[in-house]
Ligand binder design. Structure first.
Ligand SMILES: [Fe+2]
Length: 210
C-alpha cells in the first residue's frame, strides 16, 4: 500500500495586520513540527500492523501512539485551514450575496449574530480552536470549540473558517489577557474568498489547498 508522506505547505502571509511576521515564522515552525510528528507516528503505527495484527504486548504502545496521532494529525490539518483562511489585504466582512454570507444568513438571524457567536467561542477559557463549519447534510452553519486539536471536531462537517486561539498564536504580539485584540486582528485578515471556496467545494478544498 502506498504510504502517505505529508509535506508542510507553504503560506505567503507576511504583512498581516496585527499578527507579526515574527509570530507567523514561529507558528509555521510549530506547524511543521506537527507534520513531522504525524509522519513519524504513521510510520511507527504501520510497523505494528505489518503482520496484520497487534499483539497483546504491543497494545499499550499501539494505543498511546494512536491517541497521539489524533493530536498531531488534527494539529497539522487545523493549522493548514487556519493559515489558509488568512491573507494580506483580507478582512472586512464577507460581501453581501457571497455564498458564505448567504449560508450564514440561512442559519443565523444575521451575519453579525454569527460573528458574535464565533468571537464568543474564541474567547472561551482554555487551549484550543474556534471553528465555523457547514454540515453537508443540512447545509446549516455552526460554530464550535475544539479543545487542544482533537476534542470537539464534528465528524463529517466541513471546516470553513478556522481560528487558532492557542496562546502561541498571539503571545509575541499581545499579552495573554489580550486575546480579544488578537481575535480582532484575525478578522482583519480573513480571506473570505477562501471561505467561499471551501463552502463551494466541500471536503475537496483541503486536498487542493496551498
Ligand atoms: Fe497554532
Amino acid at each position: 500500500m502506498a504510504k502517505e508522506i505529508y509535506k508542510p505547505k507553504k503560506f505567503q502571509l507576511s504583512g498581516l495586520k496585527g499578527i507579526s511576521d515574527k509570530t507567523l515564522e514561529m507558528h509555521f515552525k510549530l506547524y511543521e513540527g506537527y507534520v513531522k510528528e504525524t509522519n513519524g507516528l504513521e510510520e511507527r503505527l504501520a510497523e505494528f500492523v505489518k503482520d496484520g495484527r497487534v499483539d497483546q504486548d504491543e497494545m499499550p504502545a499501539y494505543s498511546e501512539l494512536t491517541r497521539r496521532l489524533g493530536f498531531e494529525f488534527n494539529g497539522m490539518v487545523l493549522h493548514e485551514y487556519y493559515f489558509g483562511n488568512l491573507r494580506k489585504g483580507g478582512g472586512g466582512d464577507p460581501e453581501r450575496g457571497s455564498v458564505f454570507r448567504q449560508a450564514v444568513e440561512q442559519t443565523f438571524p444575521s451575519y453579525e449574530v454569527w460573528k458574535a457567536d464565533l468571537v464568543g467561542i474564541a474567547k472561551m477559557r482554555g487551549v484550543g480552536w474556534a471553528v465555523c463549519y457547514q454540515d453537508p447534510a443540512t447545509r446549516r452553519i455552526s460554530n464550535h470549540w475544539i479543545t487542544l486539536h482533537e476534542v470537539g471536531n464534528v465528524a463529517g462537517f466541513n471546516p470553513l473558517l478556522v481560528l487558532d486561539v492557542w496562546e502561541h498564536a498571539f503571545l509575541l504580539d499581545y499579552a495573554p489577557a489580550e486575546r480579544p485584540k488578537y481575535i480582532e486582528s484575525f478578522f482583519a485578515n480573513v480571506d473570505w474568498a477562501a471561505v467561499d471556496d471551501r463552502l463551494r467545494r466541500g471536503g475537496s478544498a483541503r486536498r487542493d489547498a496551498a
